[in-house]
Design a protein around this ligand. Sequence first.
Ligand SMILES: N[C@@H](CCC(=O)N[C@@H](CS)C(=O)NCC(=O)O)C(=O)O
Length: 203
Amino acid sequence: MLKIYHAPFSRSVRILWLAEEINLPYQLESFTLFTAAMQAPAFLKIHPQGKVPAIDDNGFVLWETSAIIEYLVAKYSDGALLPARDSEAGAKAVQWMEFAENQLTVIMAEIVAHGGVLPQERIIPALVERGNMLAPQLIQIVEQALGERPYILGDEFSVADIMLGFGLNIATYLEFVNHATPNCQAYCARLATRPAYVKANAA
Ligand SMILES: N[C@@H](CCC(=O)N[C@@H](CS)C(=O)NCC(=O)O)C(=O)O
């Protein structure tokens, strides 16, 4: 069975969310973020940086959220949730997945982590300052792109929404998503009604 290395409130929620969306059975190995267990030799053999998410799919180990999502979709979703890679919708999905992780989530997570969540010796205050400077523009990009559409690709929910929704949830916590960004607010509320989202966030 698929094993998901997970920590509550972390990026690994996205992998649980996807698994729930496609009814893929899984077992969890759960950590508390930034604890010694994540740097234990046994886990460093799974993820060389001691981070989550990672998966072990019957002996095949993989890390990095986007890679895991693309692998699970290709292997288990029967074409659902990610349009064909050679279609324009497929290319746009990958664009939003990359933006969601490498721009939006990196910046939001840095603001939270370096704002006090990380162990003191790892905190770099300048990253909070940089994040606060960049965040409004990142949110505006999503706000404009969403417009009136229910999901980032249009009418269909996709893994791009899983990637983006997680980053926007941190942005909501940080109040960059607020009454002045109604499209993002409505989008987050829409995603939060999905049963798979609810189950993933409760794990
Ligand atoms: N780009 C990586 C980022 C992984 C990452 O930074 N994970 C965080 C949790 S959200 C983590 O495990 N941090 C533990 C640490 O930095 O010690 C991915 O998407 O998988």
